[in-house]
Ligand binder design. Sequence first.
Ligand SMILES: [Zn+2]
Ligand SMILES: [Zn+2]
Length: 284
Amino acid sequence: MGSVEPLARADKPRYRRAVRITVLASGSGGNVTLIETETTRILVDAGLTQRALAGRFASLGRELPEKFDAIVLTHAHGDHIGHAGAYAQRFDAPVFLTEATARALRMPSGVRTRVFGSKTAFDLGDLEIRPLPVPHDAPQIALVFGHAGQSVGLVTDLGAVPDSLPDHLRECTTLLLESNHDREQLARGPYPEFLKKRIASGVGHLENAQCAELLRALSPATRHVVLMHLSQTNNSPSLARIVAEDALRGREVELHVARQDTPLSVPIEPVLVARPAASQLRLF
Ligand SMILES: [Zn+2]
Ligand SMILES: [Zn+2]
């Protein structure tokens, strides 16, 4: 290794992780994703009991925070909203949700709610959040979280990919995307016929092949993909991974699989934060 001239202190680049993503749980047994920047910390969905939530933080070697800046809800299914009221009270956090989700949800008195439009971008702390409706059997949204030049897409619980979705995800550096089931496994599996129909329908859940099709349409900006909301009955992490790997062949994308019972920290690379060098400042 050759010696490297140390940079003058004022010229030292500053690296930091622009946004930190931890999938605390993903699947029909409960969904919670933690999104953090240097100044903002939110939970997306509230499908774990408080005890299970604390357990996930403990398994990461972290204390359960006393406060979150917000609980953001995607849609009114129990595996996403089941503990929203309890979280809001415990963590003194407002609940952000669409009007349709608010109509379907009873919140304990005293809980602050903030209704956002399902197609309208809004700021939450230093995150910019961009929703887009996606087809599901409860009004559902895909969410893109933008911060410091990075964008993280969170897209689960959809039966089909709307034409507008690939463009909505165009800038995503990280994408958390549903890969719920294998069509054959679902058809041959033990679920009752009505449930098989519901899951496979255009307002059900995304199968591995649909997930792969969307992955093929991703922009080159995407460097991390996390497969989400896998069925424990009609899919397996290895099968979902094989299908997604095939779709991502030849691209520089790191692939991860989120689990129901084990948290996943997405290893997003720290980004270089631009700041003027002292020598440049002296020019003016
Ligand atoms: Zn769900
Ligand atoms: Zn759902």
